[in-house]
Every structure is written in structure tokens, then in C-alpha cells.
Design a protein around this ligand. Structure first.
Ligand code: GLU
Length: 548
């Protein structure tokens, strides 16, 4: 077979050579050890936590080593593409702090290794496709869908492996004339790789996450170019990652079964194989067993979920770091206010089997993150959240920023900041009572006490209340009030024998708390009253007395 003639027949339009491509995309001038990597998502419109995990691993590996992270859009599958998906992806990753140095952007491509959208690279793939044909390593296949389905049925009947290989690779060794005749008849064709591998052969391969793997050679004549001339993922991966000078491929381990073919393909093309970092899937506990997070069953897989729940971006980012590097938490406790980017991330600590997603842990991380924020920052973030998800709350908050900030300042700063909030959605239940429109003026008092007793305590408090008192004097007055009603102010004794008194100072505080906040749990009551002011505090207590 004259492979040159075949190459010319299949790709008459290709005039450029692989060498010209090599020259067009020169080796990068990167420091020794710099990781050049990429994210290569397909724009399906769904951005998930797995994208963020992959983005964070790639981003850290690139930027910690003085390398480059770029974004390549893998839009070869027109059927799966959703309008606007690229923009959503770019925006979302940016929002979560994944910064790309080059690649596809909202305003087009940026960088010297483009185009970064695969469909615009068709002519580049064809140069290498032609080369493979010239080298006898690729050939056209004219099988129809029906023929392939039939082949599969026969393979099933004969209990042999599925696929286009060996005797099943029926277009592998056709003559130039036969091929010419099909082309002349206008028959569609795909370009297939001519595999010389055998499943009898195994070899060792070292993946940076999975460790040493035993790989079985690929014997399938996989498709390189589809009938529209657009490459499959495999071929585009080899050509793009080579020409864009990727040193490390960070991707999901669902690609592991294709690795034998990729290794073979890089070799056939004369390309140096990049290092692979195959990331395990995100798992979750389902009863007592683990399973992969699923798009259909688990809303927490979608990144939009975290926004709607009101998790700060930085908390989600930190949580993903704790998932990936188990020493992150210790580092964070030792460096509570340090920028998360100063943590030394290591791909070596990734769990090969995948990370276990845990909602409660996410909430813990988020509480910590929020507790280190300033009141101003919390205010801004809650405001932004409420603007989208709770407009009445947004309006209340924006009416008096100073007032809202003084509320968010409660328990903030200092060595042991309070960890009250895990999400911005919790802000309203936590502090909405400061606003008359969100205050529950009908909250019930403990049934254990008669309305007369509660009234007496509330009135007793009004009689002695002086907003000029400091926190100690304020509480001394509450204690004295308790004693005057026959309650004890000694909590230790009360706990030893609660039957010895009708109640304790804690109950008096609860009456006041319910009257003033409408809740049994609230930030420090003295501080709450200070922020609310005498007039509103007394008005609420009086209203409670009236309804009792
Ligand atoms: N487009 C592929 C995907 O979305 C990319 C895999 C890779 O990173 O190479 O799964």
C-alpha cells in the first residue's frame, strides 16, 4: 500500500507539516520543574464540585511551581454542547478563585498556544492525521452504524471482546482502489488508528496519584477523526497537550481505561508523554456504604448549590483543600488568618480512591472561615446573598449599614471568635429579630412558669434597667431580680438540686431573651439590648407583658 498516496487522497487540503506545527508552538520558556497544565472541560452547562476539585489541583500544581494553567474548551461533541456553557464555566471557576493564565476567556482567546477551542483547531489535527496515514498508522473506515451494531451482536454471540480490532477491523488492509471507490461514491468515513498492541502484553506505568499501574496494551483500532473531520477526545488530547506543551495532565480517573491507548498514540505521533494525575471521584456515604456523588441524586454536586445555600466562596475553596490534603486543617489551625494560597498543597496527598464529601464537615470549615471575617466583610457577603435570595432582608440590611454591622460585630475579633454562622442563609434566623419586621412577637414562654411569674420578672427588669450599666452590673441586676423572686442565682447549686427553687437566673434570662429576641437562642443579651437601644428593648418587653 502506498501510504503517501492514501494520505494525499484523504487529506488533499493539508499542506502544512508537523514540523511547521512544532515551530508554531515552541517549547515554553518555563523554569525547571514548572508544571504546565490545563483544564479541558466540555461545555455541557453543568459545573460541578469535581470541576472545582480538578481546577484547584491543577491551579495549585501550576502556580506553586511557577508554571502555567490554561483553559481549553473541548467542544468536539456538538450534541452535548449547551449555549452559553463556556461563559458559565469560566465565570464559575473564576468566582471560586481558579485563575487561568491563558486560554479561552469570555472575550475570546488569550495566549500564544491557541486557538483554545477545539473546533477551531480542525486544520491542526488534520496535519497530524495525515502524518499518521503516511506512516501507515491510521486508515479510513467506511463502516456504517448498522454494520458496527451487527458486529457487536456477533461478538456477543461468539463471546469475544467487543470492539474494532484484529479480524473485526475490516477496513484495516483495504486497497487504495477500494478506498478510492468509496470516496468517489461520497461515503462517509472515520479515521482509525492502526493498533499494533496486543492484550497479551502488559507493562508498568506510574501515575502521580494512582501510583504504579499494570497496563494492558490496547489492541483496538480507535477512531481518531469522526466523519465530520472533528477529532475524538483521544486524538485531540494527544495533539493539543503536545502542542500546548502540557507537562501534567490532571483529569478524572474515568479516563484511566483510555490511558493505554493514549500512551500508544503519543508514541505513534512521536510526542513525549505528559505526566498523568488521575483524580478519584468524589464519594459520599449512603447509609453504611460509599458511592460516587451523582448528578441525578445529589444536589450538592452542582456548584450552584453552594451559592444558593449561601456558603462563602472561600469556605467552599477551603473545604475542597481539606478534602484533598488532610494536613490542611492542622495548617489552618496553626495559621488561622493566613491566605489559603500560602498553604503548601501537594498532589502526593490525594487519595487515589477519591475524596469523601461530608456536609457536616463543610459546615464546620465554613463556620471557621466566617468566624475569621470582619463584620464589614460579613455584612457585604450577606448583603450580596440576600440581594439574590431574600430581597426583604436585603432591603432591611441596606437601610442602615452601621446598625447591621454592629450586629455582625457581636462576638467577632478577639482570640476566640464565635462560630455562629455556617452559611449566609443562616444570617436572617440568627439576627433577623433585630428588625421589627422579622421579629417574632408571639414566641412562647416556657410552660413551666405561670404567666404571672414571667410578667413579674419582665416588669421587675424594667424597673431596674439602666442602659448605662456595663455588662457586669447588668447581670448583677438580673441575678438580684432572680433572688428577689425566690429563684437562685447560683447555677452550680441549682444544677445539684433543681427542685429546691422554682427556677434560676437562667430562667429569668430566658424570659428576657424571648421577650426581646423572640427566640431561646441568641447572641449575648446584654449586647443585643445595647444595639437595640433602651426604647426598643423596653417596648418589646412591655409588649410581651401585655400579651401574657
Ligand atoms: N473534556 C474532557 C472532560 O470533560 C477532559 C478530560 C481532560 O482533562 O483531559 O472530561
Amino acid at each position: 500500500m502506498d501510504y503517501h498516496a492514501l494520505a494525499q487522497l484523504l487529506f488533499p487540503q493539508v499542506t502544512q507539516t508537523p514540523q511547521e506545527m512544532e515551530d508554531r508552538y515552541p517549547l515554553r520558556n518555563a523554569p525547571e520543574g514548572a508544571v504546565i497544565t490545563r483544564m479541558a472541560p466540555s461545555p455541557t452547562g453543568f459545573v460541578h464540585l469535581g470541576n472545582l476539585v480538578q481546577g484547584l489541583v491543577s491551579e495549585r500544581m501550576a502556580h506553586q511551581s511557577g508554571g502555567v494553567l490554561y483553559l481549553r474548551v473541548e467542544d468536539t461533541d456538538a450534541k452535548r454542547e449547551v449555549a452559553g456553557a463556556v461563559e458559565v464555566l469560566i465565570d464559575t471557576l473564576k468566582h471560586y478563585g481558579i485563575h487561568f493564565d491563558e486560554g479561552a476567556t469570555i472575550d475570546g482567546d488569550c495566549g500564544g498556544y491557541g486557538p483554545y477551542r477545539q473546533r477551531q483547531r480542525a486544520a491542526i489535527y488534520h496535519v497530524f492525521a495525515k502524518k499518521l496515514v503516511e506512516d501507515g498508522m491510521a486508515y479510513p473506515c467506511f463502516c456504517t452504524e448498522e454494520e458496527l451494531t451487527q458486529m457487536r451482536q456477533q461478538q456477543e454471540e461468539q463471546k469475544v471482546n467487543f470492539g474494532y480490532y484484529g479480524p473485526w477491523a475490516i477496513w484495516r488492509d483495504r486497497s487504495l482502489e477500494e478506498i478510492q471507490a468509496q470516496l468517489d461514491a461520497g461515503k462517509p468515513w472515520v479515521l482509525r488508528f492502526r493498533s499494533t498492541g496486543s492484550i497479551e502484553n502488559k507493562f508498568k506505568y506510574h501515575d502521580l496519584v494512582k501510583g504504579e499501574l499494570t497496563i494492558t496494551e490496547n489492541d483496538i483500532d480507535q477512531v481518531l477523526l469522526k466523519s465530520d473531520g472533528i477529532p475524538t477526545y483521544h486524538f485531540a488530547h494527544a495533539v493539543d497537550d503536545h502542542l500546548m506543551r502540557t507537562t501534567h495532565v490532571v483529569r478524572g480517573d474515568e479516563w484511566l481505561p483510555s490511558l493505554p491507548f493514549h500512551i500508544q498514540l503519543f508514541k505513534a505521533l512521536g510526542f513525549k508523554l505528559p505526566k498523568y494525575v488521575h483524580i478519584g471521584p468524589l464519594m459520599k456515604m449512603d447509609g453504611t456504604s460509599k458511592r460516587k456523588l451523582s448528578k441525578r441524586k445529589d444536589p450538592e454536586l452542582a456548584l450552584t448549590y453552594y451559592k444558593a445555600e449561601g456558603f462563602p466562596v472561600s469556605a467552599v475553596y477551603e473545604y475542597v483543600l481539606t478534602l484533598l490534603n488532610s494536613n490542611y486543617e492542622d495548617w489552618r489551625s496553626a495559621n488561622p488568618t493566613a491566605d489559603a494560597h500560602t498553604f503548601k498543597f501537594s498532589y502526593k496527598k490525594l487519595n487515589p480512591a477519591g475524596a469523601l464529601f461530608d456536609y457536616a464537615k463543610l459546615c464546620d470549615v465554613s463556620k471557621n472561615v466566617i468566624s475569621t471575617m470582619s463584620a464589614d466583610q460579613v455584612y457585604e457577603e450577606v448583603l450580596e446573598y440576600a440581594k439574590e435570595f431574600d430581597v426583604p432582608f436585603y432591603e432591611a440590611l441596606s437601610q442602615d449599614a452601621q446598625f447591621a454591622k454592629s450586629i455582625f460585630a457581636i462576638g467577632r475579633g478577639g482570640k476566640k471568635p464565635r462560630k455562629d454562622l455556617a452559611t449566609w442563609a443562616e444570617a436572617k434566623p440568627y439576627m433577623g429579630f433585630f428588625y421589627d419586621s422579622f421579629f417574632d412577637g408571639n414566641a412562647a414562654f416556657p410552660e413551666k412558669f405561670s404567666p404571672e411569674t414571667v410578667k413579674a420578672a419582665l416588669q421587675g427588669f424594667i424597673d431596674v434597667y439602666d442602659p448605662a450599666d456595663d455588662a457586669t452590673v447588668w447581670f448583677d441586676k438580673v441575678k438580684a431580680l432572680a433572688e428577689s423572686m425566690g429563684f437562685t442565682s447560683n447555677m452550680k447549686l441549682y444544677k445539684q438540686d433543681p427542685t429546691a427553687w422554682p427556677g434560676s437566673v437562667a430562667d429569668i434570662s430566658t424570659f428576657l431573651r424571648i421577650a426581646i429576641t423572640g427566640k431561646t437562642n441568641s447572641p449575648d443579651l446584654y449586647t443585643v439590648m445595647t444595639i437595640l437601644g433602651k426604647e426598643r428593648s423596653i417596648a418589646r418587653i412591655q409588649a410581651a407583658i401585655h400579651r401574657l
